[in-house]
Design a protein around this ligand. Sequence first.
Ligand SMILES: [Fe+2]
Length: 103
Amino acid sequence: MTVMEALQALDQIVDESDPDVDFPNSFHAYQTAEEIRKVYPGLDWLQLVGLLHDIGKILILWGEPQWCVVGDTYPVGCKFQDSIVYRDSTFSDNPDLKDPRYR
Ligand SMILES: [Fe+2]
């Protein structure tokens, strides 16, 4: 499989962990690369990273469960940022949310 074939394979994947997005992940790959190009036109390597950053999600097509290969990750041991999508429902059962050291 070539990299372009892998990007095309993202057409078959909608990331269920991103509830505010309902389009194929290939769109997200090109949108990310295009936005990086606008902001950092001289950093072609970074544009490429933006294009490829979610390419591992194609593992879903070989039976890997979505929760294993999609979704956001967050640093631990600090306050969860208010900018996290669905922050409250995502972390409502996380004991760190109630730990005063992380507020
Ligand atoms: Fe992404």
